[in-house]
Design a binder for this molecule. Sequence first.
Ligand code: 6PG
Length: 242
Amino acid sequence: MKDNIRIFKNADESAVAVAELIKNEAITKKQAGKKLNIAISGGSTPKQLFTLLGDEYEKSIPWDAVRFFWVDERCVEPTDADSNFGMTYDALLQRAFIPGENIFRMKGEDVPENEAERYQKLLWSELPARDGFPVLDLVLLGMGADGHTASIFPDNLSLLDSEFSVSVAIQPITGQKRITLTGNTICNAEKIVFLITGENKADVLKKIIKKEVGSEVYPTYHIVARSSNVKFYLDKAAAVKL
Ligand code: 6PG
């Protein structure tokens, strides 16, 4: 198995492994007098991770040295059940040990085009830059069963090459507008971690990892192909076809 792929018995153990990675990254940054700039995804998979971090990592992670950015956000109120921020707030960010000044949420409730522009400016002001794009330390991604990641869907691969750091996207089935980091911003990160669980991801994941003919239709394929710093944290169910 490739050395950038780690497979765990179940989603719980996968979440623990990513929590440990985040802990180690944060400690390393803190020891260097710096902060960990992490961009997080939404959806159901990371909820387990965020809950674990909130319940069991208060003391072991230097939270003052962790700054939260978002990979994407649904264009809804933060209190909406669909909100990525809302999910993360309930699971982790509401905890008193998370400094509010370290939370840089995408404002899904605002006009999408305006928020994409605002967030792009925010990234440029809060992060270092390299090759014309902001640099995050760690980007935590998921993957949909259709091979999408962030809010870059198979019907809009142009977001991978956008000149912008942040863009408006549309969920192809629901038509829901999203704010998303673009492919160039994601691939500019120091490290990218895909946390993928569940057998419903197994087929597409196999095609992408084995670089099968036709896997270029999946946005996740292109993130992997363009980045030398991608790691996969999988449960056995998602990895069953590898
Ligand atoms: C989102 C996420 C999205 C997610 C995948 C996987 O806003 O939905 O950023 O890219 O990572 O859809 O979602 P699940 O973890 O729920 O399968």
